[in-house]
Design a protein around this ligand. Structure first.
Ligand code: PMV
Length: 366
């Protein structure tokens, strides 16, 4: 639906005078952690089931683009990712930019100097593609916004950026907004772009801490793309779709009532089901490490003994996201430090929390 609209309104700038418009844009966009997971696609990067995520804050990507009319007939792109010209992820970003060409034909008339940096380790299931692709989508949409005679309204701008981010990485569609975000067709909502969670959330669930226990930073054996593909013929595909729909209903109730216990039940079931899907794919594969399982066992034992409000989720990787409300922060941090740090790779943990969404860093001259 939107695809046609965005292609129809695509802006070309062959004859436009660019001298008076800003020529540098920059956006910081956060990572997000899914609570009900998106796993499996249909059509063009659309999800087979709706998902809900919490936007993070400290884990983000900053993307700055300096642009000017191309010196030669065709525009060129100079891309640095995490300070390196030849970063393997840079190639993925380059492919993503090629995908965007048909929506932003003006890109071929520009030379682009792109600098993109993560605040956290790349890959290893840290949803780096969500922040990287969403900050890139925002920067490209900002260039378009600067070139337009009539800029888009803010809500349309973010909707378009969410749509475009989705084309780079499905989960990136959700990084366009703060707090809790939904993506996918359900009672309302769309498969094409994400939208902020609109219903009221009761304490203590409206703001959570997320301490990521890094059990391994080695590159993943299988990337998310091939994982999504394996869902096409997955023996549990239909059951998984129903489970996600059910869990979405349940988590809606937990958020409305501020019920941490039922929230944890959903979130943990979702995390383990995601990995169960990977294990039972054809061929199956495991991204969990021994330390992942030990951390989960320790967390459940600690919760049982102390009655602390704490839960966990996992991304498509072995690292454990430990979620807890502020009132438990001191107790949890002490426990993490004493008991779980030794299970992390080089004792590495990243402390994060519910974030407010992307921030524009720059729009003007360099
Ligand atoms: O955005 P992708 O294509 O890398 O897929 C990520 C899917 C999960 O992170 C595992 C779940 C989710 O909903 O974010």
């Amino acid at each position: 639906m939107l695809d046609k609209k965005y292609r129809d309104e695509a802006l070309d700038i062959d004859k436009q005078d660019l001298s008076s418009i800003p020529h540098a844009v920059g956006w910081e966009s956060p990572s997000n952690i899914a609570l009900v997971k998106y796993w499996g696609k249909k059509g063009i990067q659309e999800p087979i089931n709706p998902s809900i995520s919490m936007t993070l804050s400290n884990m983000h990507t900053q993307t700055r683009i300096h642009y000017a009319r191309a010196m030669n007939e065709h525009g060129r792109v100079w891309l640095r990712f995490n300070g390196t010209d030849n970063h393997p992820f840079g190639k993925r970003i380059q492919r993503y930019l090629d995908t965007l060409d048909s929506y932003f034909p003006f890109l071929k008339s520009l030379d682009l100097h792109i600098d993109s940096r993560n605040s956290f380790p790349h890959s290893a299931g840290m949803a780096s593609s969500a922040s990287a692709m969403s900050s890139m989508a925002l920067a490209i949409c900002s260039i378009e916004q600067n070139l337009r005679e009539e800029p888009l309204r803010s809500d349309h701008f973010f909707q378009k950026a969410s749509y475009m981010a989705r084309l780079g990485s499905g989960s990136a569609a959700r990084s366009l907004y703060g707090h809790y975000v939904e993506w996918g067709q359900h009672a309302y909502g769309s498969d094409e772009f994400a939208h902020p969670y609109a219903k009221k959330i009761q304490e203590p669930l409206s703001f959570l801490h997320d301490s990521v226990l890094v059990t391994s930073t080695e590159p993943k054996k299988k990337n998310s793309s091939s994982g999504h593909d394996l869902m096409e013929q997955h023996p549990y595909r239909q059951a998984r779709i129903e489970q996600a729909l059910n869990n979405l209903e349940k988590i809606n109730r937990s958020l409305k009532e501020g019920d941490f216990h039922s929230f944890s039940e959903v979130v943990e079931e979702e995390a383990l089901s995601l990995h169960a899907m990977m294990l039972s794919s054809r061929p199956g594969y495991a991204l969990l490490k021994e330390a992942t399982i030990r951390i989960i066992d320790e967390l459940r034992a600690f919760r049982q003994e102390t009655g602390t409000q704490v839960t966990f989720t996992l991304d498509a990787g072995p690292n454990v996201h430990v979620l807890y409300p502020t009132r438990e922060k001191e107790k949890i941090r002490q426990w993490l430090h004493q008991q779980l740090k030794p299970l992390c790779e080089n004792g590495k943990m990243i402390h994060d929390f519910t974030g407010n969404g992307p921030e524009q860093l720059h729009n003007g001259t360099y």
